[in-house]
Design a protein around this ligand. Structure first.
Ligand SMILES: Nc1nc2c(ncn2[C@@H]2O[C@H](COP(=O)(O)OP(=O)(O)OP(=O)(O)O)[C@@H](O)[C@H]2O)c(=O)[nH]1
Ligand SMILES: [Mg+2]
Length: 416
């Protein structure tokens, strides 16, 4: 059973949509939802998230429906989780009661199922450990009451403490392994940077069609699946634009609302690819509440510190829209590109827009490069477009268009 709350100024529509998203997440994780509950409140209850009366009502309804778990549409504090478990009669020693899961736990579970690469697996594990640490359950309480006397450390408490220490040790280990992997990633990134190609990152709501678009554009064999979070590991492919420029196209993990903080933190280095991109292609499923997806994605981008980056809105899956729907959505998003990754419609236009956008991000400069600095001339050719090349007594004079973010590399040779 899914449980949400409309808290404070959140509007009901927003909460309904959030629950729908939660249902899709539950489905991806392999759970069937049998019912939904939504309660309006001024603020979340600090001890049980919803009011006690409401919780009792939900627990009873769950028992009547023979549900196995309650999934809460927010991250529960450790105390809320514990209290709710108590109210739901959870006792793992007796293997009974209604399991309590929150949005964060659910998303972590899906990520754990989908992680493929060594880095992805470690990132998810780190997020899970951090999530578990404050939630280690005091089942030891029961044991310590059986074993310990006043002032002595009960065996249960010891077990809890030992588990805590084991988790902390594992966190250190995972962090260290991740740092090593991150170094490798950085070396790769540096190597890519040397080629001078602009990096274009695909971002968007989960299941919007980012991987399909990457595949359509580059014929890369990436995983495309009708499920949430199928991509966790970034894939980068070369892409040639119509006028011959080569760019690197990177596919990334999909976003949802309220992406758990621990997860965002753990995926920091993966998301770095987004932060370092020259241009973002924001892919949206045109068929599924585009405004909400866009809001959710912009929210996550802001959370990970990506602001003010140029981005191109790409409305995907237009093959699923009727002409009337398509007209309406074109009117609402006049600046977007409209495509279907499945049929290939609009792809040519999209490539041209990427080209135009990248070209807009370049500045025209005149460079004077001494003859003994042939390497610099070669680099200008690599990273930018040379419009005119002439020779003076001192060296090569180039009229070139260079990506704005690369300008500092050529500082010493800029004229005026
Ligand atoms: N009809 C239609 N379906 C599409 C289109 N593009 C993608 N899909 C389908 O949408 C589903 C999700 O596609 P993906 O490419 O895996 O989406 P994604 O954005 O990479 O998703 P995550 O990696 O899970 O975040 C798949 O079932 C695709 O076949 C399209 O243009 N039209
Ligand atoms: Mg994908």
């Amino acid at each position: 059973m899914l449980v949400g709350a409309v808290i404070g100024k959140t509007d009901t529509d927003e909460a309904e949509w959030s629950l729908e998203e939660l249902e899709a997440l539950a489905d991806t994780a392999g759970a069937d939802s049998v019912d939904r509950f939504l309660q309006k409140r001024d603020s979340a209850d600090s001890s049980t998230y919803l009011g006690k009366g409401k919780v009792k009502e939900i627990v009873d309804a769950a028992a009547a429906l023979d549900a196995d778990m309650l999934i809460f549409d927010d991250e529960l504090t450790p105390a809320q989780g514990r209290n709710l478990e108590e109210m739901a009669g959870v006792n793992p020693l007796a293997e009974r009661g209604l399991k309590i899961i929150d949005r964060t736990g659910l998303i972590l579970d899906i990520f754990a199922q989908h992680a493929r690469s060594a880095e992805g697996k470690l990132q998810v594990e780190l997020a899970q450990l951090n999530y578990r640490l404050p939630r280690l359950r005091g089942w030891g309480d029961v044991l310590s009451r059986l074993g310990g006397g006043i002032g002595t450390r009960g065996p249960g408490e010891t077990a809890l403490e030992a588990e805590r220490r084991a988790i902390l040790r594992r966190i250190q280990r995972v962090k260290k392994d991740l740092e090593d992997l991150e170094r490798t990633r950085q070396v790769k990134r540096k190597r890519r940077e040397k080629t001078g190609a602009a990096v274009v990152a695909l971002v968007g709501y989960t299941n919007a069609g980012k991987s399909s678009l990457l595949r359509r554009l580059t014929e890369a064999g990436v995983l495309v699946e009708n499920q949430l979070f199928s991509t966790l590991d970034p894939t980068t492919r070369r892409l040639e634009l119509p006028r011959g420029e080569e760019v690197l196209l990177t596919d990334t993990v999909g976003f949802v609302r309220k992406l758990p903080h621990d997860l965002v933190e753990a995926f920091r280095s993966t998301l770095e690819e987004v932060r370092e991109a020259t241009l973002l292609l924001h892919v949206v499923d045109a068929n599924r509440d585009p405004e909400r997806q866009i809001d959710a994605v912009n929210g996550v981008l802001k959370d990970i510190g990506v602001t003010g980056k140029s981005s191109l809105l790409v409305m995907n899956k237009i093959d699923l829209l009727t002409d009337v729907e398509l007209d309406k959505i074109r009117g609402a998003f006049p600046e977007a590109a409209f495509i279907s990754a499945t049929t290939g419609e609009g792809i040519e236009d999209l490539l041209e827009r990427i080209e135009a956008e990248l070209s807009r991000l370049r500045v025209e400069v005149v460079l004077e490069i001494p003859f003994d600095r042939g390497g610099v001339t070669a680099r200008v050719h690599q990273v930018g477009e040379v419009v005119e090349e002439s020779y003076t007594e001192e060296g090569t004079r180039l009229l070139a268009r260079i990506p704005r973010h690369r300008l500092s590399d050529f500082e010493p040779y800029l004229t005026s």
